[in-house]
Design a protein around this ligand. Structure first.
Ligand SMILES: CC(C)(COP(=O)(O)OP(=O)(O)OC[C@H]1O[C@@H](n2cnc3c(N)ncnc32)[C@H](O)[C@@H]1OP(=O)(O)O)[C@@H](O)C(=O)NCCC(=O)NCCS
Length: 167
């Protein structure tokens, strides 16, 4: 499948919500359990944090990757958290790599110095994608939260960008 990445638009909110809700339902990617509406996704478009989508050859959005706030303290202003979700039918075909490559590029261009995320240790696809994208495994939070009543660990991943990566 030939795919291309581009900056997300508010009109993609419905597609992003649908892809995100598949990931929520799968219980492999996030502690979130409540599905999101397109209206809630619209709130992500605050102009500060990059969001990219990946389209298939027919212009259908099949994946997204997004940045969000890490901490409100000024010293952490260069750090963004990120998420990446590929629609179920399109996983394992290189789409996540395309989404993350685009997100890293735009996050670097707008001046972020680090991307971080937390990944469940059982999420082999995500850990493999992060390794492929040059993310470092910082360590593992033990029992970082409960999902469906069960404690879950989280692997912290980070990648330095731009000037921070150069020193
Ligand atoms: C995790 C996810 C984003 C990866 O995207 P993807 O398009 O499926 O992954 P890609 O096809 O780009 O593959 C990336 C790497 O992961 C590997 N990989 C893919 N699926 C895998 C799996 N199920 N188990 C182990 N490795 C896997 C690929 O071989 C590839 O590694 P390589 O380049 O060294 O060969 C996608 O599977 C997804 O959306 N999953 C559900 C939501 C989720 O977990 N999001 C991440 C939240 S932290």
């Amino acid at each position: 499948m030939s795919v291309t990445a581009r900056a997300a638009r508010i009109s993609d909110a419905e597609a992003i919500a649908s892809i995100y809700n598949e990931g929520i339902a799968d219980r492999i990617a996030t502690f979130e359990t409540e599905p999101r509406t397109a209206e809630q996704i619209t709130g992500w478009f605050d102009g500060r944090y990059p969001i990219v989508v990946v389209e298939d050859g027919g212009g259908t959005v099949v994946a997204f990757a997004s940045c969000s706030n890490y901490r409100s303290r000024d010293c952490y202003a260069g750090i963004a958290e990120f998420s990446v979700y590929v629609g179920r039918r399109h996983r394992g075909a290189g789409v996540g790599h395309v989404a993350m490559t685009a997100l890293v590029e735009v996050a670097t261009a707008v001046g972020f110095c680090k991307l971080i995320s937390r990944v469940f240790p059982e999420n082999g696809a995500s850990l493999a994608l992060m390794a492929r994208m040059g993310f470092r495994e910082v360590g593992t939070y033990r029992r970082h939260g409960k999902l469906n009543g069960q404690w879950r660990d989280c692997v912290i991943v980070e990648r330095l960008l731009g000037e921070a990566a150069a020193v």
